[in-house]
Design a protein around this ligand. Structure first.
Ligand SMILES: [Zn+2]
Length: 300
């Protein structure tokens, strides 16, 4: 009987420990990666999207509703990045902890300066960047603010472990500072290189490391390429001396390859999200992978 009570006590402890961990759901693996760095062993993190998906058009599985229903916190990019799939899931999950404006609803774009913010919201052209460019995950200079937003939210939701989150944030920032210096050195040959990108996914990476984005394969963000657009783009890009055409692994290769061949540029496949390549398992590894892919694309 005594053993039985010991077993019960152990089970209660285990259950208690499991409940003590914050249950965090991230829209994208990039935000999950940051949440793991800041939360450490005090959080359990799940990403809804896979890194091989398009962040605007994620396959919204019914199982996501159950995952969201049990979440203590939801981390999303915001700025309409997940507008096409996440809001109905959050509503259907019926979880007051993660509803918009609840303490557990963490929107990373709020702490950042976005590119291409329009003076007025206009979705009439089907543009999925109507609130500005939401692909800020590819500027490692943004990681500090994103990590700080997450650390603040975790401390608010789980005050007992606030010192743990603060210590992890400090360690994260120290590691980031070192990597930023390394990446700036590594990326010197990329400065001033003109590129075309499939989608406006790489503008933050380009701005950070001095690449010049000449244009896109898409006529507007989220709109499939048209012959008219491609036929206008090719001669302009050729005379401008565009060297690289960048696309994410999940895009159809035919049109970007045709554009690259037509202008004498190299097609480079760069993941836009963590997990878009097996080597890009974290935010840090994604930046490293993309920089090396771009440098390789410049080699003769
Ligand atoms: Zn986009």
């Amino acid at each position: 009987m005594k053993q039985f009570f010991c077993l019960l006590a152990a089970l209660a402890l285990l259950t208690g420990a499991a409940h003590a961990r914050l249950n965090v759901v991230a829209s994208l693996p990039d935000f999950a990666s940051l949440a793991e760095d800041i939360g450490g062993d005090k959080v359990k993190v799940t990403s809804l999207a896979k890194g091989t998906e398009d962040a605007h058009f994620v396959d919204a599985k019914p199982s996501f509703i159950r995952v969201l229903n049990q979440a203590d916190a939801l981390i999303e990019g915001g700025a309409e990045l997940e507008q096409g799939w996440l809001p109905p899931l959050v509503l259907n999950a019926r979880n007051p902890r993660i509803l918009p404006n609840a303490p557990g609803h963490i929107v990373l774009a709020r702490g950042l300066k976005l590119l291409d913010v329009p003076t007025k919201l206009d979705r009439s052209q089907g543009d999925v960047h109507a609130a500005g460019n939401p692909h800020f995950n590819l500027d490692p200079g943004n990681f500090q603010a994103m990590a700080a937003t997450i650390a603040e939210a975790f401390a608010r939701l789980d005050a007992a472990n606030a010192p743990h989150y603060a210590a992890n944030l400090k360690r994260f920032n120290e590691r980031l500072a070192g990597r930023l210096v390394e990446w700036d050195k590594l990326a010197v040959p990329l400065r001033g290189v003109k590129v075309i990108t499939y989608h406006k996914s790489f503008d933050y990476l380009a701005a950070r490391f001095g690449l010049e984005v000449f244009g896109q394969i898409e006529p507007k963000p989220g709109i499939e390429p048209t012959p008219t657009h491609i036929n206008t783009l090719i001669p302009q890009a050729k005379s401008a001396g565009v060297k690289l055409v960048l696309m994410e692994p999940n895009r159809a290769r035919k049109t970007p390859q045709f554009v690259a061949d037509s202008i004498g540029a190299r097609l480079v496949v760069c993941p836009g999200l963590v997990g878009g390549a097996p080597e890009a398992k974290s935010c840090f590894e994604l930046i490293e992978f993309d920089l090396r892919a771009l440098l390789k694309g410049l080699q003769p």
